[in-house]
Design a protein around this ligand. Structure first.
Ligand SMILES: NC(=O)c1ccc[n+]([C@@H]2O[C@H](COP(=O)([O-])OP(=O)(O)OC[C@H]3O[C@@H](n4cnc5c(N)ncnc54)[C@H](O)[C@@H]3O)[C@@H](O)[C@H]2O)c1
Length: 428
C-alpha cells in the first residue's frame, strides 16, 4: 500500500521505517528541514535499536523523506498523523500540531483516502480531524480512523513489529477492511472498535501503567520504613498472573514524553466530562514526590548538598533511549543544583538532548569513570547496562567517598557493599 507519515519523530520515524520494511511504499514528511536532510542521508535522528538497519535497507527504495506534505498525500492511500500532542497550558493535550497537519492534508486530498490518527489524542479527536478535513477538502471522500500507538522507546522497532494488539477505531467498514489489510502481516489481534473507545484505550492503558509505577513506588517507601525489600515484594506480587511483573520496578518516578502528559490530559478529559479523577491525581502526586524523595535522600546521605560533588549516571527517562522529555533525572539534577550541589553528569546517548534542558552549572563528563572522579556520592538515575558493568573497584578508588544511591535498584547490593561502598537503593 502507499502510505504517508506526517511527522517523523519517535513514533513517525519508527512507523515509516517498519511499514517500509513490511513492503509498503512509504513517504515520511516533516516540517523540520534539517531532520529530513539527515534522514535522506541515511542518518537516524533518534537513538532506537534496530532503526538504523531498517532505514538503510529501505531508504531510496520504498522509504523516502520529504518536507512536501502536498505531494506525499496526493500519492498515498493512507495518511498517518504522527505529530506531537504535548501538554497544553491547562494540562490538556495541545492539538494545534494535529489541526495544522489535518489542514495541510485536507488541501491535498484527491480521491478516497484514510487519515489515521496515530498520535495520542483525546476522545473526540477523530471527529475533530474529520471536521477540519471536511471544511477544506470539499466533497472528496475520506475516512478518519483512530489507531493509537503502544510502542515503547528503547524497544520501539520490536514493539511495532510484535504488538500485543492493534487497535483501530472506526465505524467505516471500508476503512476497517483496508486497515486490517495494512496490518495483515503482523501476527497480532486486531481490535476494531468505535473511534472514541480507541482513543480512550490509549489514555487508559498509559494511565494504568503509570498507576502501577506510582503504586510500587508508594510500596517502596513503606518498605523502607518497615524493613521489607520492594524488589522481593514486587517479585512475589508479579507471580500472580492477575498482577504480572511488568511496571512494578520502583525508582525515581516515571517520566518520558508520554506518561506524565497523558495522565494529565486524562485528568483534564475527566474534568471536562464532570468526573474528578482523584485516583490519577494521586498517581501524579506520588510521582512528583518520588523525585523529591530521591533528591532528599542524596541530601540526607551527604549531610548537606551545598558544595558537595554528586556524580550522576543517567539522564534519559529510561535506558536505551536518548529521550529526556520529562525525565525524572533532569528534574532531580535541577533539585540538586538548587540545593547547592556540584553536579557532574553522564549518559551514553542523552547528553546532547539533556544540554537543552539542564540549567547552567552542570558539568558534562566524558564517560562513567570521569563522572565519579572526586565525587562525594554516585547517583544512578537510568539503568543503562553500561553502568551495571562498570568496574566498581576502580569507581571506588576514584571517588572521594564510597557513597552510592542506586535510584534504579540496578546494582547487586551485596557485591557493591563488599567493595566498601555505602549502598542505598529505593525501598530496600
Ligand atoms: N514517543 C513515544 O514513545 C510515543 C509512544 C506512543 C505514542 N506517542 C504519541 O505519538 C505522538 C508523537 O510523539 P513523538 O514522540 O513521535 O513526537 P516527536 O516530537 O518526536 O515528533 C513529532 C514530529 O512531528 C513534526 N511535525 C509537527 N507538525 C508537523 C506538520 N504539520 N507536518 C509535518 N511534520 C510535523 C515535528 O517536526 C516532529 O519531528 C504523540 O501524540 C505521542 O503522545 C508517543
Amino acid at each position: 500500500m502507499k502510505i504517508a507519515v506526517i511527522g517523523t519523530g519517535y513514533v513517525g520515524l519508527v512507523t515509516a521505517a517498519c511499514f517500509a520494511n513490511l513492503g509498503h511504499a512509504v513517504i515520511g514528511v516533516d516540517k523540520d528541514e534539517e531532520k529530513i536532510e539527515r534522514l535522506n542521508r541515511g542518518e537516524v535522528t533518534i537513538y532506537e535499536v534496530g532503526l538504523p538497519e531498517l532505514l538503510l535497507r529501505n531508504l531510496g527504495r520504498n522509504l523516502n523523506f520529504t518536507t512536501n506534505t502536498d505531494n506525499a498525500v496526493r500519492v498515498s492511500e493512507i495518511v498517518f498523523i504522527t505529530v506531537g500532542t504535548p501538554q497544553g497550558e491547562e494540562g490538556e493535550a495541545d492539538m494545534s500540531y494535529v489541526v495544522e497537519a489535518a489542514s495541510e492534508i485536507a488541501a491535498s486530498i484527491k480521491g478516497y483516502k484514510i487519515i489515521v490518527n496515530k498520535s495520542t489524542m483525546p476522545v473526540g479527536s477523530t471527529r475533530l480531524v474529520e471536521r477540519v478535513i471536511k471544511e477544506k477538502a470539499g466533497g472528496e471522500e475520506f475516512d478518519v480512523v483512530s489507531n493509537p500507538e503502544f510502542l515503547r522507546e528503547g524497544t520501539a522497532v520490536r514493539d511495532f513489529m510484535n504488538p500485543d494488539r492493534i487497535v483501530v477505531g472506526t465505524e467505516s467498514q471500508k476503512a476497517a477492511g483496508i486497515m486490517s489489510e495494512l496490518y495483515r502481516s503482523l501476527k497480532a489481534p486486531l481490535f476494531i472498535t468505535d473511534a472514541a473507545s480507541a482513543e480512550m484505550i490509549k489514555y487508559a492503558s498509559n494511565a494504568f501503567l503509570a498507576t502501577k509505577v506510582s503504586f510500587i513506588n508508594a510500596i517502596a517507601n513503606i518498605c523502607e520504613a518497615t524493613g521489607a525489600d520492594v524488589k522481593e515484594v514486587a517479585l512475589g506480587m508479579g507471580y500472580d498472573h492477575r498482577i504480572g511483573f511488568e511496571f512494578l520496578r520502583s525508582g525515581p518516578g516515571f517520566g518520558g514524553s508520554c506518561f506524565p502528559k497523558d495522565c494529565q490530559a486524562l485528568i483534564e478529559i475527566a474534568r471536562g466530562s464532570g468526573y474528578h479523577f482523584y485516583l490519577l491525581e494521586g498517581v501524579m502526586q506520588v510521582n512528583r514526590e518520588q523525585m523529591e524523595l530521591t533528591a532528599g535522600k542524596v541530601e540526607r546521605r551527604l549531610g548537606e548538598l551545598s558544595g558537595k560533588a554528586v556524580a550522576v549516571w543517567g539522564l534519559a527517562f529510561k535506558a536505551n533511549t536518548d529521550d529526556v522529555r520529562d525525565s525524572p533525572a533532569v528534574e532531580i539534577v535541577r533539585l540538586l543544583l538548587d540545593g547547592g550541589a556540584k553536579v557532574r553528569v553522564y549518559d551514553p546517548q542523552a547528553m546532547e538532548n539533556a544540554r537543552t534542558l539542564l540549567p547552567e552549572g552542570v558539568e558534562y563528563a566524558r564517560d562513567p569513570l570521569h563522572t565519579v572522579t572526586d565525587a562525594d556520592l554516585l547517583l544512578i538515575l537510568t539503568d543503562w547496562d553500561e553502568f551495571k558493568m562498570q568496574d566498581f573497584r576502580k569507581v571506588g578508588e576514584l571517588m572521594k567517598s564510597r557513597e552510592v544511591l542506586d535510584a534504579r535498584n540496578c546494582l547487586e547490593p551485596l557485591s557493591i557493599r563488599r567493595l566498601g561502598f555505602n549502598y542505598e537503593g529505593i525501598g530496600r
